[in-house]
Design a protein around this ligand. Structure first.
Ligand code: GLY
Length: 568
């Protein structure tokens, strides 16, 4: 064991020092997976297996996505979900692309100031903990709509693997056992001590989890479609939790929920066509602003994670996040100036005050002081099939295990997505993100997201499917992963693994992954005036790259149990 640790340490040191391009702060470095007939990259090995089994049975990428979404709801309950929401970006083999918005909505009874006290101050945690933080879930409607439009196998077959996992059980990975143990106090606070996931913190690696109530709920969805979730026993069980804890969701909210097909945000970065998520996600617009802004710099010549390239990325990021805070929200409710934000002249002007050797203070871009809090979860998966149909889905309960409220009778957690609204303009949410009127709360409005499922085309062909969890850091992690392939010549796995940095305008700092940057780079950045702060991880990517000969290359993040599985 000692020998093995020593060998890993040597490999780590060698990989950090001999090739800065491929720098990573991870010890369990994964290798790229390649296959010809399909690739599924998800946050959990069992979900990836479900996806590849569906592909092997003749399903397309969209069938596999439905199967994976439900499987993650079982084996990855901190972010996989049926009572959350998300976004899908797809590209069919014939080149047609689109997006599906199955983001949660504010309940009909939601109000502008529902998280404020009588002095108009934000009541801590009210928007992020307990049933009042729960938005009307969208995932089940989303999967049914996705299947209706793009699926090829019967829906019943796609949900069956998730039922089997819930009914027959699955074993906890080390990471998931630890996560469950970390959240015991919250589970107890939001539920009573008989709740399934509360056991006093004794969850162990390899322990089997069986979720009969969730299996039952999934069977209801299998038999009845959306009614199996939004009506009958499942709806009643959710509403019982809501009503017992002064929540505001009603049956009318469930009846009214509908996911929406939206036109993607699309734009050019060099010779690549970028297809991404429009509002209510900020991801697509922000990503394109960053990529377009990057075109003015020779990042490849600056070098991967050199002080110069991190400085430029940071300066772009702080301006883009300032725009996000001001202009972005649900475009069904607020006139988001999308064309202006992506206009070449606007962007040239927006980035024109960037200096090569000196940081701009965020307060000079726009004022405000906020704090970033860690512990954020969401999950992303990327799937490509033998015909090169492709889909990226980012889906979430928002925080780990969402609101922490577990619907015991139906076997799942409720989301805490309401925290993604701006509870009060200028006051930060759990990700330290501030917002303005554009993202204020209103009945049936969708809260602004950072989720950035993205597809890149090159020469009219599929090139990459990419996305990440990580709240505010999603956009920067996706941006840097794309740069890692396009500018820094990494393969998909190296690009995913590489150390990421993050800056979001406020607070006025650069976050970087602990031990991921060398001390010279840190000193140079500090010399330009940047304040550096380390954190454990930025992003957790699952991506697929199409190589010039058509081979699919999967990259599954070494920061977690993420696994890419190919079909040959
Ligand atoms: N809940 C995280 C996001 O949507 O950005």
């Amino acid at each position: 064991m000692k020998k093995l640790r020593f060998l890993i340490l040597i490999l780590f040191v060698v990989s950090c020092t001999s090739n800065q391009k491929k720098q990573t702060n991870q010890l369990n470095i994964k290798q790229a997976v390649e296959a010809k007939k399909g690739m599924v990259a998800t946050a959990h090995p069992l979900a990836s297996k479900v996806g590849t089994q569906i592909l092997e049975q003749g399903g397309n990428a969209f069938d596999a996505a439905v199967g994976v979404q439900f499987a993650l709801a079982v084996v990855y309950p901190r972010a996989g979900n049926i009572a959350g929401g998300g976004f899908a970006v797809y590209r069919k083999a014939n080149g047609e692309s689109g997006t599906l918005d199955f983001r949660e909505k504010a309940p009909l009874a939601a109000t502008y100031d529902m998280y404020l006290d009588e002095d108009q101050n934000v009541i801590p945690k009210l928007s992020s903990f307990g049933v009042l933080s729960t938005g009307v879930p969208g995932s089940v409607d989303g999967m049914i709509e996705l299947h209706k439009k793009l699926g090829s196998l019967p829906f019943e077959e796609l949900i069956q693997p998730a039922i089997d996992l819930a009914e027959n059980g699955f074993v906890l990975t080390e990471n998931e056992a630890k996560k469950l143990n970390d959240y015991q106090k919250d589970f107890l606070k939001a539920n009573d001590s008989s709740t399934y996931f509360f056991n006093g913190g004794k969850w162990q690696t390899g322990e089997k989890i069986i979720l009969p109530e969730l299996a039952q709920t999934l069977k209801l969805i299998q038999d009845q479609g959306r009614e199996g979730f939004y009506e009958g026993k499942t709806a009643k069980s959710m509403l019982a939790e809501v009503n017992a804890n002064n929540g505001i969701i009603t049956q009318a909210d469930f009846d009214a929920y509908q996911s929406v097909w939206r036109k993607p945000v699309e734009g050019k970065y060099k010779e690549y066509n970028v297809i991404s998520m429009p509002p209510p996600s900020s991801g697509g617009i922000a990503l394109l602003q960053l990529l377009k802004g990057s075109e003015a710099y020779d990042l490849a010549a600056f070098g991967h994670n050199s002080a110069k390239s991190i400085h430029i990325m940071t300066e772009l990021e702080r301006r883009v996040y300032a725009d996000r805070a001001t202009y972005l929200g649900d475009s069904d409710f607020f006139d988001v100036p999308m064309d202006m934000l992506l206009d070449d002249d606007y962007l040239e002007n927006r980035f024109s005050d960037i200096q090569m050797d000196k940081k701009t203070d965020s307060k000079d871009i726009k004022s405000g002081e906020v704090e970033i809090i860690e512990s954020i979860e969401t999950t992303h998966f990327s799937i490509v099939d033998k015909d090169q149909n492709a889909i990226g889905i980012t889906t979430t309960l928002n925080g780990n295990f969402g609101s922490k409220v577990f619907v015991e009778k139906a076997g799942f957690f409720l989301n805490n997505e309401m925290d993604d609204f701006s509870a009060k303009p200028g006051v930060p949410n759990q990700f330290g993100l501030v917002g303005a009127e554009a993202n204020a709360i209103a009945p049936e409005k969708r809260m602004l997201s950072s989720m950035t499922p993205t597809i890149l085309e090159k020469d009219g062909k599929l090139f990459m499917v990419v996305g990440s969890p990580g709240g505010a850091t999603i956009i920067t992690a996706v941006y840097q992963t794309i740069l890692n392939v396009v500018e820094f010549d990494m393969n998909m796995q190296e690009a995913v693994n590489a150390t990421k940095t993050h800056s979001q305008w406020m607070p006025d700092i650069i976050l970087y992954e602990k031990n991921g940057l060398d001390s010279l780079v840190l000193n140079q950045l500090q010399g330009m005036g940047h304040k550096m702060e380390s954190r454990s991880a930025i992003g957790k990517m699952d991506a697929v790259l199409v190589l010039p000969d058509g081979t699919l290359q999967g990259g599954a993040d070494s920061r977690g149990d993420d696994t890419a599985v190919g079909v040959n």
